[in-house]
Design a protein. Structure first.
Length: 397
């Protein structure tokens, strides 16, 4: 049976991660996969996570099944992180389910939406995270794109986006990135969120919000401002969140799928369908990561420690954005890279040609995704000069 299969290409992001690992170049720089790195190029376990793990080791009493929705204490805290003091919490209109990673949340959310409307189309930004389209298609949704990023002007195509979304009908879904747009780093302003939310109300489409980088852009509340604007206006939405980046729990696979209903009773019905989707895919999520986050977010001391560690990452990323622009200028490159400083989160499109990306990889061991998406957190004070000099040489051709 297997002989009918044809080999498939490796994933554009994860394949690059493997290629980087195997590269013997001592000067190599990984600007590929979206993993935060510190100044030394490491991705250490957060101190608050270590403390929560020690607590868990001492206090865990059972390895019995956790249940379809996962850790309820975790789910409650994730809801609070997403909505803050928003009235949705008091109105009891949101139901959160722990999932295996943000990707698991997207899959559960997509299959839930497919159950709501078997013929649904999901509209995603052009471009979007490389895995979104494959994931939604595998969930049985039709996928279409709306214009988003202007590769020439290195900004948003907001008017084009609005005109495409004005064609989206009731029963369809629009995927929006809450913050730190992956891959472009270009986020909607609050004013633009209001316009998209008004359109969602007018046309009746359902927003699905992917929030994988809460805390990496401007702060925990600021990064959720767009989704809270949406929550002010629409009756129903789906939110997919991740703890990979902001808690550094990449390999624990921890995320959440939150459904918002027009009232508590309809949220209960939606939740029952979400749980049935979960049962049909993986039955129940693993517990370790959720137990860690539950412990951190229920402890005043550990929460303060987490927020400080998260702020440190955010400040480092924003500092690197400034440094990259300065150093590329100082290396004598005439091309304008100032857009890097106007963007948010770990990613920006560097905006160089495919052969230049290949040359950076092959001749200098500098890895970025083939679209020219770079993870700015891979830059450090010790490799920035090598990076700028290599780019200068490659751009001179
Ligand atoms: C990325 O965009 O690089 C990360 O979200 C990792 C992944 O799974 O693609």
């Amino acid at each position: 049976m297997f002989q009918t299969l044809k080999p498939l290409p490796t994933d554009p992001i994860l394949g690059l991660m493997a290629a980087f690992k195997n590269d013997p170049n001592p000067k190599k720089i990984d600007l590929g996969v979206g993993v935060y790195k510190d100044e030394a190029g490491n991705t250490p376990v957060l101190k608050c996570v270590k403390k929560a793990e020690a607590f868990r080791l001492a206090n865990e009493t059972s390895k019995s099944y956790i249940g379809l929705a996962g850790d309820e204490g975790y789910n409650q805290k994730i809801k609070e992180l997403l909505f803050g003091a928003h009235e949705i919490i008091a109105q009891n209109r949101a139901r959160t389910t722990q999932t295996p990673g943000g990707t698991g949340a997207l899959r559960v959310g997509a299959e839930f939406l497919k159950r709501c409307n078997n013929a649904a189309t999901i509209w995603v930004s052009a471009p979007t995270w490389a895995n979104h389209i494959a994931l939604f298609e595998a969930s049985g949704l039709n996928v279409k794109e709306y214009p988003y990023y202007d590769y020439d002007k290195r900004g948003l195509l907001f008017d084009d986006m609005m005109s495409a979304l004005s064609q989206v009908k009731s029963g369809d879904i629009v995927l929006l990135h809450a913050c730190c747009h992956n891959p472009s780093g270009m986020d909607l302003t609050q004013e633009q969120w209001h316009k998209v939310a008004d359109l969602a109300v007018e046309n009746g489409f359902t927003p699905m919000i992917d929030i994988a980088y809460q805390g990496f852009g401007s702060g925990l509340d600021d990064d959720a401002a767009g989704l809270r604007i949406m929550a002010d206006k629409v009756d129903e939405m789906v939110i997919c969140s991740s703890c990979s980046k902001n808690f550094g729990l990449y390999r624990e696979r921890l995320g959440a799928c939150t459904v918002v209903g027009k009232d508590s009773a309809s949220a209960d019905i939606a939740y029952s369908v979400v749980l049935s989707v979960v049962r049909g895919i993986y039955s129940m999520p693993p517990h370790h990561g959720a137990a860690i986050v539950n412990t951190i977010l229920h402890s005043v001391e550990l929460r303060a420690m987490w927020e400080a560690e998260l702020a440190q990452k955010r400040d480092r990323i924003n500092g690197l954005r400034k440094l990259i622009v300065e150093k590329l200028g100082a290396a004598g490159i005439s091309q304008d890279f100032s857009f890097i400083q106007r963007q948010h989160g770990m990613f920006s499109f560097f905006g160089i040609a495919g052969e230049q990306i290949e040359q950076l990889k092959n001749d200098y061991g500098i890895y970025m995704v083939g679209s020219s998406r770079m993870n700015v957190a891979g830059i450090s004070n010790s490799n920035i000069d090598y990076f700028a000099a290599s780019v200068a040489t490659v751009l001179k051709g």
